[in-house]
Design a protein around this ligand. Structure first.
Ligand SMILES: Cc1cc2nc3c(=O)[nH]c(=O)nc-3n(C[C@H](O)[C@H](O)[C@H](O)COP(=O)(O)OP(=O)(O)OC[C@H]3O[C@@H](n4cnc5c(N)ncnc54)[C@H](O)[C@@H]3O)c2cc1C
Length: 464
């Protein structure tokens, strides 16, 4: 429970300025607005925004939050899709953007040590310049931060082959909501030393502590990459190609799905040429030595043709491959052309259940009369289901919410999960009981209470 103490925002600000410095504490209305929202477009104004530059400064901010009973919300780049960084109870937004140094890239141990505010795409470039590879690649990599990725357990197109952020966090430094610091100096690739505090924080969306440093596993950079675009008449054929590819024992490095509405948007922007009869697309990528990537690409093309692909085209140049990915990455914003509001779900099912899931989504769209746009990391069974509607209209919103509940019921029945990578945050908290049992929720609440006894850390998220 949050301890209510009669403190004004001004008192908190004064304490913060005393602990940090004037230029690390913003409380001007215009500045606070910039830290009031994330990619959900939900917003709530913080009382103050702070920009610590060291773990010790983070610790001082936590001490002030405890003393004054002020909610504390960590923030990376604010690209989250579930409202995790939105300060719904006001208080302090703690931005990690000034803790953005790549401390070390160690090619001998295949390890990078970074501060949490490093932009994911900057780390990709830095390690690739040294012939190394950091696989987790959320589509927001040009903006989002490594700290935010760890807090959300982010994955991306390459996770089908290489796994997500969780699989690359070897160690983690954090300031807990008690003010205690956790530090993992080990650069070893494995360790078994009791409760793994690093993994405990990964995916908990800033509700258990503030990540202040990360030790990440790297890989050698694959020598070649082949990018293919496969088009299908029906979404179910594309889904069968995905499960068929995996069942045949082939693991692409990326396997991204787009439905017929995505194709309309891509066609409208003229970014990539697609056969007229196509109603679904897969972007498929293979990597490794030239021989290996060509062999796996040929085998995957064969599977696609067997399920009736209209065309399987290999990008002839890096520019063509980049154009294919740019068209995919532009979808998140382009879909506002369909309707002014979006409910963005991030469901995941076992890959073999993907054909049933996409058929079910089509059925829900037909029954509800709502436009549902689907794309996602199909190689992992992870589908972004975007319900596009005028959500300002209460009856339309109610219909959309019924669709969301039906979708989640289906996902749980298919032995999947309501979130593959975006997390629970604010927007999905009320749906958590659809997947997690009452006992499971009680255990989570006890862990939260033990780690955050003052109830200051990112209140209102995950557990209601
Ligand atoms: C166009 C677009 C494409 C996207 N594609 C993907 C994708 O492919 N895969 C994917 O997984 N996600 C994707 N996302 C969602 C989002 O980018 C990820 O969730 C990302 O990990 C959020 O990082 P961030 O730095 O923006 O975090 P924020 O949005 O700032 O914060 C997210 C959550 O993490 C917490 N947090 C942030 N930093 C810290 C820290 N240092 N310590 C503790 N808690 C912290 C916040 O409190 C909040 O709960 C996409 C988003 C957009 C807008």
């Amino acid at each position: 429970m949050l301890i209510m103490v009669t403190v004004t925002a001004q008192t908190v600000r004064t304490a913060l300025v005393r602990a940090l410095s004037e230029d690390q504490v913003f409380d001007d209305q215009a500045e606070r607005i910039c830290y009031s929202y994330d990619a959900t477009r939900l917003e709530a104004l913080p009382d103050v925004v702070v920009f610590p530059q060291t773990p010790e400064q983070v610790q001082q901010v936590v001490a002030i939050a405890i003393d004054t009973g002020t909610p504390l919300v960590p923030r990376g780049a604010g690209t989250g899709f579930v409202g995790g960084a939105v300060p719904v109870k006001g208080g302090i937004v703690l931005s990690l953007e000034r803790m953005n140094r790549i401390i070390e890239i160690d090619p001998h141990n295949l390890v990078a040590v970074v501060e949490p505010g490093v932009v994911t795409g900057d780390l990709h470039k830095a390690v690739e310049a040294m012939g190394l590879f950091y696989p987790p690649d959320p589509s927001s990599a040009a903006t989002c931060t490594i700290g935010g990725n760890a807090a959300c357990g982010a994955t991306g197109p390459r996770s089908v082959k290489y796994g997500g952020t969780r699989d690359y966090v070897l160690g983690l430094d954090a300031v807990l909501p008690t003010g205690e610091m956790v530090h993992t100096p080990s650069k070893a690739v494995k360790r078994v030393v009791g409760i793994d505090l690093a993994r405990l924080l990964v995916g908990t969306e800033g509700t258990l502590g503030i990540i202040t440093g990360l030790t990440l596993r790297l890989l050698p950079k694959p020598a070649t990459v082949r990018t293919m675009l496969a088009s299908f008449t029906r979404v179910t054929d594309a889904a069968r190609a995905v499960s068929g590819t995996i069942a045949a024992g082939w693991l692409p490095r990326a396997c991204e799905f787009m439905d017929h509405r995505c194709l309309e948007l891509i066609r409208a922007h003229g970014a990539v040429t697609i056969p007229d009869a196509a109603g679904a697309l897969l972007i498929l990528e293979t990597d490794g030595t030239a021989e290996e990537s060509a062999r796996v690409a040929a085998a995957i093309s064969e599977v696609c043709r067997e399920v009736g692909a209209l065309e399987v085209r290999t990008a002839e140049s890096t520019e063509e491959a980049a154009a294919i990915w740019a068209a995919r990455k532009a979808l998140s914003q382009a879909m506002y052309e369909v309707a002014p509001g979006k409910i963005n779900e991030d469901i995941v099912v076992p890959r073999s259940a993907l054909p049933e899931l996409v058929a079910q989504v089509d059925e829900l769209a037909m029954q509800s009369g709502l436009a549902i746009v689907c794309f996602g990391h199909a190689g992992e069974g992870n589908l972004h289901v975007n319900i596009m509607a005028d959500l300002a209209d209460p009856s339309i919103r109610q219909t959309a919410e019924v669709v969301v509940q039906s979708l989640f019921d289906t996902v749980v029945r298919l032995k999947g999960s309501v979130s593959g990578e975006h997390g629970i945050g604010l927007t999905k908290a009320r749906y958590l009981p659809t997947e997690v049992s009452a006992e499971g929720l009680q255990v989570m609440a006890r862990v939260k209470a033990a780690m955050d006894p003052h109830g200051i850390m990112n209140p209102g998220k995950i557990l209601l």
